[in-house]
Design a protein around this ligand. Structure first.
Ligand code: TPP
Length: 348
């Protein structure tokens, strides 16, 4: 049943909160939509801050949001406890875990209050404990998080900790030895790991067809003795369902799952890249038709859950939220030069 507009607007105001669902009611879906609008608005703002010379470098999550958010929401919903090892494109992952837009911008602007690294790392890199889960390490070094995630899952098993471990990465990461070794180990020991490949079809400028002779990366999972599932990563509800099943499988002690979520990368690889050198305008137009936010909006409107008025409200509130976060982050101090060597050398 669709709740009244006022109630839905209240839900919209809670846009940064988790929307972890028992049942996907219209209210829950509106909450998801508002949070996706918030992340998109934040990502666009971060890009602007980069162009103003205030943010050093960014890897946008635009086009990956449905996979990143649907996966975290399902994992939080179905696991008793969750640890996550994401990759650098994870702004939507970060917000879904409970990191606030202000915290994300403190990191993007390299300010001392950055919860991941105190402003000492690439944006959103480092480790952070959020109320709901542990983000153990976000690193720029492609695929290194995969053996880390598998080792963490092994540690949990050995100490009787029921945590499920999730790791996210791109298609290019599956060309790295680290990925193969991690997958193999998790398969042999049936560790509770959910591997999520956010396949946007390119590793910077290298298309998938030049990386592997198969269409679905998921086919590789069979070689490691685990299920390989392909999902439309631009469909948040589809992602929620398959990740939910993979997490429940891990909780039951049945071992790891590999999920290949087909997504689109709507912006260049990073803010330092010019994708006009390797993507045609027609290709980009085609990708925009698969924009997860646009698709979710159309779906909710078709279902009569979202109205033009609620949509406008969600965008207005997201902009206000991001404006406040930008103001706070811009006003915040940079790290003190005196603690430059902290966490680099042992002090005693
Ligand atoms: C070990 C290592 N090799 C190379 C790089 C440079 N590099 C950064 S991102 C990237 C492409 C990764 O592509 P993919 O895994 O498909 O993720 P995407 O960025 O497309 O989401 C490369 C080669 C790196 N950071 N680390």
């Amino acid at each position: 049943m669709v709740r009244s507009r006022n109630t839905a607007a209240t839900q919209t105001r809670k846009a940064a909160e988790h929307a972890v669902a028992e049942v996907l009611t219209p209210d829950v879906l509106l909450g998801w939509y508002s949070t996706m609008v918030l992340v998109r608005t934040l990502d666009e703002r971060a890009w602007l801050l980069n162009r103003q010379g205030k943010a050093a470098i960014l890897a946008s999550s635009q086009g990956h949001e449905a996979t990143q958010m649907g996966a975290v929401w399902a994992a939080v919903r179905y696991s008793p406890s969750l640890a996550i090892f994401p990759f650098y494109r994870g702004l939507a992952t970060a917000i879904a875990t409970g990191i606030t837009p202000t915290e994300a911008l403190l990191s993007i602007l390299a300010k001392a209050g950055d919860p991941a690294s105190g402003g000492r790392q690439f944006p959103l890199h480092g480790a952070v404990m959020t109320p709901k889960l542990k983000v153990i390490n976000i690193s720029n070094v492609v695929a290194t998080q995969i053996p880390h995630a598998v080792g963490y899952a092994l540690g949990c098993r050995m100490s009787g900790d029921p945590t499920v471990t999730m790791t996210t990465f791109g298609d290019g990461a599956t060309s790295e030895g680290d990925w193969h070794e991690g997958m193999n180990y998790a398969g042999i020991y049936k560790l509770p790991v959910v591997f999520i490949c956010e396949n946007n079809g390119v590793a910077i400028s290298v298309p998938q067809r030049k990386q592997m002779a198969i269409v679905n990366v998921a086919d590789r999972a069979a070689g490691y003795g685990m299920p390989g599932v392909v999902v439309d990563g631009t469909d948040v509800m589809a992602v929620y369902e398959v990740v939910g099943e993979a997490v429940r499988r891990a909780v039951r002690g049945e071992g790891p799952t590999f999920i290949e979520a087909k997504v689109v990368r709507l912006l260049p690889h990073t803010s330092d890249d010019d994708d006009r050198r390797y993507r045609t305008p027609e290709e980009l137009e085609d990708m925009k038709r698969r924009d997860p936010l646009k698709k979710f909006k159309e779906h909710l409107m078709e279902q009569g859950i979202l109205t033009a008025q609620l949509d406008e409200q969600a965008h207005k509130e997201a902009k206000e939220h991001v404006d406040r976060a930008t103001e706070a982050a811009e006003a915040a101090p940079f790290p003190d030069t005196g603690d430059f060597y902290d966490h680099v050398y042992a002090s005693e």
